[in-house]
Write a protein that binds this ligand. Structure first.
Ligand SMILES: C[S@@+](CC[C@H](N)C(=O)[O-])C[C@H]1O[C@@H](n2cnc3c(N)ncnc32)[C@H](O)[C@@H]1O
Ligand SMILES: [Zn+2]
Length: 373
């Protein structure tokens, strides 16, 4: 993480239902702006948060996070760098996962494939792409898939959301995934901070937007005859922040939307794309966006609203008369949190290229709401 990011964070530890929100400081000093390994310490309650391979893990229970993400983290972080309190348990779990590795091949392929789909979605364009990446084997080009890509690829949520963000703003993105919005805002936004609960996504986002090293390969699917991920992902990597002099534009950390490590009323714009339907308690998202916005600040939210039945039931149980679908239910949640809805787009196309014989189209609802002055 960049040292300049630390002052933007606060302690997410909880006690008796309340968050600490004490200031954090870096434990230990290094001369470089980028901290690759180290830890943050709360100046109020003393809680500690590890920084592993450049990724700060600022969640209420970092031990539990490490032990439930052993597989993803151990691909990139040696055991010797895991905080000593959890190291033995972490190593034991890593060893037992390795012993069962053959049983998990399917799961690993699925998680690599999902990451690849998001990388394409976030970083490859139709217009201005160096090559026609979806035609990896020109002989098997589908005219229909090419037509869909020409028609929808560049009209997705990134375009709608970046058009709603005015220049010069201080932007926070919640559930940022692999960080493609950051690249679109470079040069127009004043600052950007991305938060996601996925260690791997934050590693990729920092690699592609800050030039942080990444030990894995970047590939995406083409013709499955040549493998699950048969095409190379070629893209210029931004070198800002870690390598450039001067103030950093962006950084990314691991955090949880329901326990954000951020003090109140600091952001002009908070964005969350396609994450509300993954939360156990969706109303926490607008409530947190309201807490984090400066007076007059803006919240942007998009979603395909693929609710789990249990969560949908919870929303239905509370919604007032007149709320008749997911989009109006989410707009109602933003109003109840205190926002005034300013703009909506009922159907933004969101295309996922699965391989050269499969493409998936979602329709996303988008809203832009203001916190009154
Ligand atoms: C469907 S993906 C969307 C990613 C990206 N915003 C986009 O639109 O392409 C949802 C993202 O939310 C993240 N996420 C889910 N629950 C979260 C939580 N409680 N806290 C932080 N991030 C979360 C996931 O790790 C994932 O990256
Ligand atoms: Zn604290």
């Amino acid at each position: 993480m960049l040292k300049s990011t630390i002052q933007k964070l606060s302690c997410p530890a909880r006690s008796k239902g309340k968050s600490c929100h004490g200031a954090l400081r870096l434990d230990g000093e290094g001369s470089r702006e980028e901290v690759v390994y180290g830890s943050l310490e709360c100046t109020r309650c003393g809680s500690r948060y590890p920084i592993l391979e450049g990724v700060a893990i600022v969640v209420p229970d970092p031990g539990e996070y490490l032990l439930t993400h052993v597989k993803g983290i151990s691909k990139f972080v040696p055991d010797s760098q895991i905080p000593s309190d959890y190291r033995d348990e972490f190593s034991e779990q890593r060893e037992s996962l390795e012993a069962e590795a053959a049983e998990h091949i399917e799961e690993d392929l699925e998680s690599d494939r999902v990451n690849a789909l998001y990388l394409m979605n976030h970083y490859l364009g139709y217009e201005g792409s160096p090559e026609e990446w979806w035609k990896s084997v020109p002989a098997s080009e589908s005219p229909e898939i090419t037509e869909w890509i020409q028609r929808y690829w560049d009209r997705g949520p990134f375009r709608t959301v970046s058009a709603w963000i005015e220049p010069g703003k201080n932007v926070l993105e919640l559930g940022c995934g692999v960080g493609g919005l950051c690249r679109r805002l470079r040069g127009t936004a004043a600052e950007y901070l991305g938060i996601d609960s996925s260690f791997h996504s934050i590693l990729l986002a920092r690699h592609l937007n800050l030039g942080a090293p990444y030990r894995g390969e970047l590939r995406f699917p083409g013709d499955l005859l040549f493998g699950n991920l048969s095409c190379e992902f070629t893209l210029p990597i931004e070198r800002g922040g870690i390598h450039a002099d001067g103030p950093a534009f962006a950084d990314f950390i691991v955090g949880e939307i329901d326990a954000l490590p951020l003090p109140s009323a600091r952001f002009d714009v908070t964005v969350s794309m396609n994450a509300i339907d993954m939360l156990h308690e969706p109303k926490i998202l607008p409530a947190e966006q309201f807490r984090l916005a400066k007076p007059g600040g803006v919240a942007i939210q998009t979603g395909p609203y693929i609710w789990h039945d249990r969560i949908a039931k919870g929303i239905r149980g509370r919604m007032p008369k007149g709320v008749s679908d997911s989009a109006s239910a989410v707009e109602w949640m933003y109003r109840v949190s205190g926002f005034e809805i300013e703009k909506t787009d009922p159907h933004v196309p969101w295309l996922f290229f699965k391989h050269l014989r499969q493409i998936e189209l979602y329709s996303v609802h988008a809203l832009c709401a203001k916190k009154p002055n």
